[in-house]
Design a protein around this ligand. Sequence first.
Ligand code: GTP
Length: 597
Amino acid sequence: MKNIKNICIIAHIDHGKTTLSDRILEITGAIEPRKMREQYLDSMDIERERGITIKSHPLRVFYKSKKGELYEINIVDTPGHVDFTYEVDRSMAAVEGAILLVDATQGVQAQTVANTYKALEHDLEIIPVINKIDLPNANIEETESEIEDLIGIPRDEIHKISAKEGTGVEELLELILEKIPAPTGNESNKLKALIFDAKYDKYRGVIIYVRVFDGIVKPGDKIMIFSNRQTYEVSEVGAFTPEMTPTKSLKAGDIGYIIAGIKEVSLARVGDTITSAIEPIETPLPGYQEIKPMVYAGMYPGVPEYYEELRKALEKLKLNDSALVYKPDHSPALGFGFRCGFLGLLHMDVVKERLTREFDMTVILTAPNVEYKIILKDGTEILINDPAKFPEEGEIQEIYEPYIKLSIITPPEYIGKLMNLVQTERRGVMISTENAGHERVVLIFEVPLAEIVFDFFDRMKAVSRGYASMDYEFIGYRKSDLVKVAVLVNKEPVDALSIIAHKSKAYTVARKLVDKLAELIPQHQFEIPIQAKAGGRIIARSTIKALRKDVLAKCYGGDVTRKMKLLEKQKEGKKRMREIGRVSIPQEAFLAMLRIG
Ligand code: GTP
C-alpha cells in the first residue's frame, strides 16, 4: 500500500484542472490524449457548456518515479461550485493530499480559498501550484503573495507549471510521491469504504465511487450500506483508467468503483459507508450527512396536460440526483405542479436544463425561495418554503431565516460598489476585510440567504466587471423581522401572489407588486382595486379603471363576421385567464409577479 498516492485537485473554474489531468495521463502513458479528451469530457454536456464541471471521473494512473519505483496515483475531482460543498468535503475525505492549482493570470479566487481551508481541516498535505506560467500576462509574483497571504503557504514551497505545455508537470508528479503520505488502513480488517460519488447508469444501475479504508471488496461479496442497512451482492469492481476497467478486487487504500445492482443513487448517498453484510463494522466513517436543499421553487409544466410527463421525468432525474427533492403542489395560478428543493441556483438550473434536453419538457419555475422557520403562538415550530403557505400574521410568534457567511475576493477598486450591493441592497453586515497580495481584498459578510438566491451572482459580477468571485457557507438560522406581503385583487386575497419580505423593504416590494399587477390585468367592466397588505394593514394600492364601452360597441351593428372574430379572440384570451372572484388575471401576470423579489 505504500506505493499508492490519493489526491484531489482544488482549482477555480478554468484554472486548468482538466488540462493538468490530461497532461498527467499523457506523461504516464495511460491513454492517447485525443481519445482521452472524448472519454473524460463526455459526462455532462450542460456543465461543460457552462464551464462548470460539477464532477468528472476520478483517474487512476501508474507512474514510475525517477528512482525507478512504480506508484499508483489516484486523482479525485472536487466540484468547483458553492452548491456542492458537501461533495467537495467527501471527496477530500477520500484522499491524503491536495494540489492547489492557481492560474497565474487570475490569482487566487474565493472558492479556492474556501476549499483550501477545507483541505486543511481534513489534514490533507497541500501542494501549491501556479499554472499557466507560459502566458505573457502571467503574474507569478503577485500570485505567490496571494497564496502566501491567504493560505499561509511560504512562497518558496510553491511549484510552477504550464499544464498546457507540460513544463514542471513531471516534477509535480515527483513532488506528489515525495510529499503526499501513503494511505493507512489494513486489508485484513473488516470492509470499510467511503462513497464519495455515485452515478446512475441506464444499463448497469448505480455505479458507486469509493475509497476503501479497510478490508477488501470483490465480485460476489455481500455488502451493506451503513445508513439504511440495505444489502447487495457486488457484481463488479474496478478502477478508472480513465474508463471503467474491471479489477479482481479493491483493497484498503484503493479508489475505484463498485456495481452491485443498486437501483437509484438515493440508496447509496455520497458520504455513506459501505461495509460487509456478513461481517459489518460497528461504527461508520465520520461525516455522513443527509444533504438538505437550501433553495425551493415551484415547478409547473409549460402546458398543464404534461403534468404526468413531468412527474415521470422528475422521477427519472432523481435516480441520478439524490440532492433533488420534489413533492406535488397546486397553485391556483399555474395549476398542478411540484414544489422542488435544490442545493442552490446552479443545481436548479442544471435540473431545468436536463428536463429540457433529456426529456423534452418545458417547465415554468417560480422565483426561488429559502426555507423559513416559524414559531407559532402555540409554541409549535414549522418550516415553510412557499410564501403562499405562510401562516397568518396573528398566529406567528417568531420568524427565523437562514444566514450565510459570504466571502468575496475582489480587486480593491470595486470594494465600494460591492459593499453598497451587499450592505445597502441585501441586508448584509460586513464582518472583516483582509488584504491578499497587492491586488486583492477579501471581504467577509453575513447575509440572509434569501438575499443572494435571486440574481446576486450576476449583480456582483456586473458591479465588479467580472473580477470579483464569491463563496458562501450556511451559518444557521437567525431571528428576523419578516412579513408576508399579501395581495388582494378586488378585495379578494390571491395566495399565489404573496411574497415574504423584510419589514424594511415591505413598502417598496408592495408598491412594485401592485403597480405591476395593475399594468398586467386587463380592464374590466368595473373598477378593480389592487391592494397589498402586510402586518394587518393595506400598505399599497393601485386601481384599474373600469372599461367605458364593451368590445362589441366598436362594431356598428351590421358586420357579423367581424363581431364573431372579436368574440373568438376574446374566448382565446380567456383560456389563459384565471378567475379570481369576478376578475380574470392572465397567467403572465402571475409569472411576472413571481419574479419580483
Ligand atoms: P473547468 O473544468 O471548467 O473547471 O476548467 P478547468 O479548471 O478544468 O480548466 P481547463 O483545463 O479546461 O483550462 C481552461 C483553459 O485554460 C483552457 O482553454 C486551457 O487550454 C487553458 N490552460 C490550461 N492550462 C494552461 C497553461 O498552462 N497555459 C496556457 N496558456 N493555457 C492553459
